[in-house]
Design a protein around this ligand. Structure first.
Ligand code: NAP
Length: 260
């Protein structure tokens, strides 16, 4: 299937590592110019160089996205370099364990800035371009938005907000044919996941227990599997899909826990 993405310009927040990196590389293989917005220059450069050495087109913008002006800077820089924006992948985030009991209001607010506010700011600043080209937004969500996890109020509230904004923006942007969807992962092996599991008392035991509960093939979802669905949703081949939350999770959230 030709995804009709050639020569389009897409911004991927957190596009240098983990799920974002897989999305950047998959898009580049489809002929998309990818703009990687991430806070670590070395990581951005590495991903950009890998894409370029494979014949793709990529550009890095070094930004800490929890600062509002940096979202505008990312959009402005993309327009300056490439003259258009066809798609936005809101992906950067961190499960930062700001709980209710073990937390405080200031840290909760900062968690929203790290996980939710920049999704809004990026969409807000990119919208004039997306309107011109009937572009698409894909948000990366999390199972935590619907299952809870405990001791992570900021992240859970952010991911719940992302689900709500997906429907809200899908409605608001109907007149412009700008589509908005969310891809919702559960368990994907990435640098963020590795960091989280290693912060627990018995990482190996915990890992085995999690894998045993993933219904389809008792394995983690790969970043590439998240990327493939994301890329399809960005493409004109999903031209009548909007306001959807797609669970790319091996059945983790919805299938019966009693299955053997
Ligand atoms: P990751 O491995 O940590 O990669 C995220 C990338 O985004 C990193 O390069 C990170 O930079 C960057 N980043 C994060 N916050 C940023 C900020 N405020 N400003 C600029 N750059 C920032 O994470 P991942 O596991 O791929 O997660 C990507 C998305 O998937 C997140 O929204 C996460 O909530 C969601 N998700 C992941 C899983 C999973 O199992 N992995 C499950 C559900 C949902 P640093 O390296 O400097 O932190």
């Amino acid at each position: 299937m030709d995804l009709q993405l050639k020569d389009k310009v897409v911004i991927i927040t957190g596009g240098a590592k983990g799920i974002g990196e897989a999305i950047s590389k998959t898009l580049a293989k489809e002929g998309v110019t990818v703009v990687i917005a991430g806070r670590n220059k070395a990581d951005n450069d590495k991903a950009v160089n890998e894409i370029k050495s494979g014949g793709g087109k990529a550009f890095g913008v070094e930004v800490e996205l929890s600062v509002v002006e940096n979202c505008k800077k990312t959009v402005d820089e993309t327009i300056k370099q490439f003259g258009r924006i066809d798609g936005l992948v809101n992906n950067a985030g961190v499960n930062d364990s700001i709980g209710l009991e073990k937390g405080d209001p200031e840290r909760f607010l900062r968690s929203l800035q790290k996980n939710l506010v920049h999704y809004y700011c990026m969409a807000h600043y990119a919208l004039p371009e997306l309107k011109k080209y009937k572009g698409a937004i894909v948000n990366i969500g999390s199972k935590v938005s619907v299952t809870g996890q405990g001791n992570t109020s900021g992240y859970a509230a952010s991911k719940g907000g992302i689900n709500a904004l997906t429907r809200e923006w899908a409605v608001e942007l109907l007149p412009y044919s700008v589509r908005v969807n969310t891809v919702l992962p559960a368990e994907v092996w990435t640098p963020l996941y590795e960091h989280w599991i290693n912060s627990l008392p018995n990482p190996k035991e915990k890992l085995d227990s999690i894998v045993s509960k993933i219904p389809l093939e008792r394995r983690f979802t790969t970043s590439e599997e998240i990327a493939d669905t994301t890329v399809f949703l960005l493409s004109p081949r999903s031209s009548h899909t909007t306001g959807q939350i797609l669970y790319v999770d091996g059945g983790y959230v919805h299938l019966d826990r009693a299955i053997s």
